[in-house]
Design a protein around this ligand. Sequence first.
Ligand code: HEM
Length: 442
Amino acid sequence: MSLRFGELRVMVASSPDAAREIMKLHDAAFASRPLSPMQELAYHGAGEGVIFAPYGEGWRQLRKICAVELLTPRRVHSFRHVRADELSLLLLSISAAAAATSPSPVNLGERIAAFVADSTVRAIIGSRFEHRDEYLRMLQEGIKIVPGMTLPDLFPSSRIARLVSRVPGKIERHRRGMQKLIDTIITEHRERRASGKDDDDEEEEDLLDVLLRLQKEVNSQYPLTTENIKTVMLDMFGAGSETSATMLQWAMAELIRNPRVMRKAQEELRRALAEDGKVTEDKLPTLHYLHLVIKETLRLHPPAPLLLPRKCGSPSCKVLGYDIPEGTMVIVNAWAISRDPAHWQNPDEFMPERFERCGRDFRGTDFEFIPFGAGRRMCPGMAFGLAHIELALAALLFHFDWELPGGMAVEELDMTEAFGVTTQLQSDLVVVAVPRVPLSIE
Ligand code: HEM
């Protein structure tokens, strides 16, 4: 489908065949992303990070750093204590609401978002820094300000569009505040390292420590500028926190709407963890049905339904026989693809068992199911995101049963999607937790 958004030429791919041509057959031609004027302003130096970097040597180096240093299974594993800590806080806060004489409903969506955001920020800048809360607040503010399709984005050549819009001023103010804060955090990290307070134990390194270590290494394979480091810090939070939180919220909403599936997932968990009395990460790989639930949620509710846009970087590229002019913004509609009745039976039903039969996976080879994208720009943070999702979902289902407040019927749960780069539930997910397995938190 060819569209025009203001001055922008846009192509939307809504079938697995079109997605395969874009992300496999012609992957190199579509390996850059468009950067709108307001995004450019917000992420001053976005080219210095991973997400918006043009396809080329700079991007390749940073992807390598993600693959071999920042987002490896070993690094993700090293943050398991952070996840366990933050999970305890989440469970305790839910438990406190459930323990009242008449259990009060909790805004589960909000608590899940806080769990993922706190845990992600601790992984990026550590637990010891006094500016952690301020950093988190500004990051969240930034995600809201960073525009999708504002007037200056739609009419990039128009000075009037820029002059009448209030967005540039807001972005500029936020960016200055953010830069100052990041500079302080980096200085604190450097001073701590110089004072020798950090031991060399890799388990203790946060992502900023890793980046500063790589920057200092003489003859490093990866020459890193401080601008690279700052932008990668923003990338990790921007790409990592809302996606995982959104996915968890949809999983809980679908489970509440589908009591049969909820019961089956809980039975599996309570059987597998009966002796342990709590959820630990080493048991997660054995939970077969839980993984089917996660896949089915990613199919029905890919957190980034249109992935992240690509740009046609070749003067002569065809998709399904159609010419794609150079510079066209290319959107892959993963949401439509994974609900297409031509490829999925009863596509609107939440039925985790379908994955037992079809065996499709989200690792970028089955183009009917691409919540993490595919090809060279595919998400490098899958393991990091899934670590939060699996742990929190397992613990929420293991320790509590879930009901809707005020005798509300499950059919009444509002499943409307909000507009945005990530598709969240439009209404708050407010539910009542009924304790089932007592918490054993030291
Ligand atoms: C459920 C969780 C997540 C989902 C569904 C998700 C989805 C995506 C998607 C659809 C893309 C674009 C892929 C493409 O263009 O083909 C992407 C890119 C990216 N993601 Fe994720 N993501 C998740 C979690 C994370 C986490 C936890 C991190 C890091 C901590 C992360 C880091 C990134 C980065 C850096 C990119 C840009 C890659 C590039 O342009 O080369 N993501 N993600």
